[in-house]
Design a protein around this ligand. Structure first.
Ligand code: ATP
Ligand code: ZN
Length: 286
């Protein structure tokens, strides 16, 4: 039988769509019925397993799956025999300590002798050890944010993205314990064939993520501005320059990173760029 790389992704929850989108944009043709437990890509040697995210590190250690997509928080918490292959740039959130809004939190030492409710006891213990603070950890698996209100704990450590859940439970965020995003993890000792499949998948993921972070940019500029504009948007190697029918003017094509996009547009305009078009890129291979 031909080797398949078995990829475990979250069955339902915040990671599911992002994980499926990434695999599909990487060119894998996968059908994804809600109730399916597994499915095989029709055009790539990959089988996708749909599992609870918390179980994925263990399944990889047990060699039921070869690689998986989980939150970095889950990867760190579970301490399984998994290698972090790559951060995936979605499902960004942070794990924070929160306390009742009325408390006068003076610093991590405030937690001494207190009780912290969390679904991440390992991560919280590391954090406390790092700061030399001794506190009790009360592990609960869900609805952590109600713990202080019902007298179960003095503080919590939970995932925060906007803070609105905290607010509605009378809590305030006081310390960030870790930043997290979706990550690709793998069995550290993949067989040769599986490793080769993973390598070609990684090549595709790289192309998808670079494309997501970059835009294709076209603009018109006076020839005298080409040099300055090139220094702002050098592109992958250097911009493409084409003469316009109008004498003394050119069309310049390049690639710009999403993160410093707005700042650069301002600069380009100040150099005399006009008619600026910005277009999404589907795949980008350096
Ligand atoms: P269950 O195991 O019951 O499905 P869960 O809390 O583990 O619940 P999700 O809420 O889907 O599952 O979260 C999965 C992962 O998504 C988390 O481990 C975290 O890495 C990430 N995540 C969670 N909340 C957010 C958020 N608000 N914004 C971005 N990413 C988040
Ligand atoms: Zn979970």
């Amino acid at each position: 039988m031909k080797d398949l790389l078995r990829i475990a992704i979250q069955k339902s929850g915040r990671l599911r769509e992002g994980s499926l989108d990434l695999l599909k944009e990487s060119g894998l043709s996968i059908s994804n019925g809600r109730d399916q437990l597994k499915t095989q890509a029709s055009n790539f040697p990959v089988e996708v397993l749909f599992l609870r995210d918390d179980d994925i590190p263990q399944y990889i250690e047990d060699e039921v799956a070869d690689v998986g997509i989980v939150g970095e928080n889950v990867f760190v918490e579970k301490q399984r025999k998994n290698t972090l292959i790559r951060k995936l740039d979605f499902a960004k959130c942070r794990l924070s300590i929160a306390v009742p809004r009325t408390e006068n939190f003076t610093g991590v030492f405030w937690l001494s002798g207190k009780n912290i409710a969390t679904s991440y006891p390992v991560i919280v213990q590391h954090f406390l050890d790092k700061h030399g603070v001794q506190a009790g950890i009360h592990e609960i698996s869900g609805s952590v944010e109600i713990a202080p209100g019902i007298g179960l704990a003095d503080a919590i450590c939970d995932i925060v993205s906007t803070g609105s859940t905290l607010l509605s439970n009378g809590l305030k965020e006081v310390e960030v314990v870790m930043q997290s995003e979706a990550v690709l993890i793998a069995n550290p000792e993949l067989q040769y064939e599986k490793q080769r499949i993973l390598d070609s998948l990684l090549f595709r993921i790289e192309a998808v993520n670079s494309a997501r972070n970059n835009k294709y940019i076209l603009l018109n500029c006076p020839d005298s501005a080409i040099e300055k504009i090139t220094s702002v948007i050098p592109g992958m190697k250097s911009p493409t320059i084409m003469p316009l029918a109008r004498k003394g003017w050119s069309s310049l094509h390049s690639v710009v990173n999403e993160n410093d996009f707005w700042e650069k547009i301002g600069q380009l305009k100040s150099f005399g760029a006009e008619g600026i078009l910005v277009i999404p890129i589907e795949k980008m291979i350096a």
